[in-house]
Design a protein around this ligand. Structure first.
Ligand code: 9D3
Length: 249
């Protein structure tokens, strides 16, 4: 997959270049990441990319011409859809990540300041995406969030190929709790079913925990999920135990 990013802070992307799964993807040539700085596409000799808003008001607005030139340069290499990271976009979901991961190339536009000239968005941007309802200073970290989420879908990047599939199951359910050595950590023991070596018992314990934790912490997710007969029984057992424990405390 090829990802071209348009940003006035290209150095921020050293973070994804230099570490973790994204670095592996780059090394294995599963991912090609190119940065395009709109300041290099300015006519202006001071390299400015922002101006005061028409109509007045606080803050600055990113100007259309340098952004358009940078996006067009970025697109000429790939032929990707242009996605603007924007607080105005629909929220990024795993489903959207999955659908974008199928694209051979994407252009990501990360804005700064109060916003981007609307005409640039109208002419050059195919879709907008937000990563959540909180205020950041720009689209760079959201772009990196999207890149990391996408890279997990590239074949030959994830060590454990099962993880992406496991997520398609678990994106509507929380994870079960995980344990590793030592068996006893300051008096806290690993739950007994995990030590039995009985795969069926372990599977049932994990499914029960996933259902139970989702019920406790994210009832909104559970409400959307169609439970099968086994899941209904396991969740009922979890709730019964939880409620007994509640009333005894
Ligand atoms: C407080 C400023 N807001 C005016 C009412 C608008 C605003 C402009 C620019 C808010 C944030 C930003 C910069 N943010 C992004 O570019 C951004 C973002 C975010 O802030 N939160 C979640 N997802 C994203 S994607 C891009």
């Amino acid at each position: 997959m090829r990802i071209d990013v348009v940003s006035i802070f290209p150095q921020m992307f050293d973070a994804v270049r230099g570490s973790g799964m994204t670095r592996i993807a780059l090394e294995r040539k599963k991912l090609q990441l190119e940065l395009w700085d709109p300041r290099n596409f300015c006519e202006d000799r001071y390299r400015r990319v922002d101006e005061r808003p028409y109509g007045g008001g606080p803050g600055m607005v990113m100007q259309a011409p340098p952004l358009a030139a940078a996006i067009r340069a970025a697109r000429s290499s790939g032929h990707g859809r242009v996605i603007c990271l924007s607080p105005q976009g629909p929220r990024l979901t795993q489903e959207r990540v999955r659908s974008l991961a199928g694209a051979p190339a994407l252009v990501l536009l990360a804005g700064r300041y109060e916003g981007i000239d609307q005409r640039l968005l109208d002419k050059e941007v195919d879709e907008e995406v937000s990563i959540g309802d909180y205020v950041l200073a720009g689209g760079e970290l959201p772009a990196m969030v999207l890149i990391e989420a996408l890279v997990r879908y590239l074949p030959g990047v994830l060590g454990n190929a099962g993880s992406v599939e496991a997520d398609s199951f678990s994106d509507d359910m929380l994870d079960w709790p995980h344990y590793t050595r030592p068996e006893d950590f300051e008096g806290a023991r690993v739950p007994a079913p995990l030590l039995t070596g009985n795969h069926e018992e372990i599977r049932r314990w994990r499914l029960t925990q996933a259902l139970g934790q989702t019920w406790l912490r994210r009832p909104d997710l559970l409400a959307q999920k169609q439970l099968n007969e086994e899941e209904r029984q396991l969740l009922a057992a979890f709730r019964k135990q939880y409620e007994e424990q509640e009333s005894s405390e």
